[in-house]
Design a protein around this ligand. Structure first.
Ligand SMILES: [Zn+2]
Ligand SMILES: [Zn+2]
Length: 155
């Protein structure tokens, strides 16, 4: 998706494209990754814009409501925002080591289909995180379990 293309889509819906809105989009397009609201805000300020974090947050929410970006909890302490672009991707997030890996969107096709069929609900599965335990941490944990401590991992 190109910047002007997205802007044209939003204008067609009757929105005014203010400078902070345009710059926020540009930052997310250039980042090619996930940014927190704080990171987007820092970049806006670095570009000379006089906006606060609350305004940045509202801009991000507006982009999310318009299906341009996704807001995701990747277990980083703050939600991240990223452009919804094709092909879609999703993540596995390890609760032990925090490792984040990417998974294919095809996994979610059966879920989308069933949600539509059973609930007549149009799901938006654009950038999901599945939390769990990665293969490496699973084998580490198996090795660590000692008799008597019931496998409590502590920290
Ligand atoms: Zn992602
Ligand atoms: Zn792990």
């Amino acid at each position: 998706m190109a910047l002007e293309e997205i802007i044209a889509t939003l204008r067609a819906r009757g929105y005014r494209i203010t400078l902070p809105r345009r710059q926020t989009l540009q930052i997310l397009l250039r980042a090619h990754s996930h940014l927190t609201c704080e990171q987007v805000h820092q970049r806006l300020v670095a570009q000379g814009l006089d906006v606060d974090e609350a305004t940045t947050y509202r801009t991000l929410q507006w982009l999310k409501e318009n299906g341009i970006i996704a807001q995701t909890d990747l277990g980083l302490g703050a939600d991240v925002y990223s452009l919804i672009d094709s092909p879609l991707h999703h993540h596995l997030v390890c609760l032990r080591c925090g490792r984040i890996s990417e998974i294919s969107d095809s996994l979610f096709e059966p879920i989308r289909r069933q949600v539509r069929e059973r609930y007549h609900f149009e799901p938006r599965i654009e950038h999901w995180a599945i939390f769990g335990i990665c293969a490496e941490c699973q084998s580490n944990e198996k090795g660590k379990i000692e008799p008597g401590n019931h496998g409590e991992s502590g920290e």
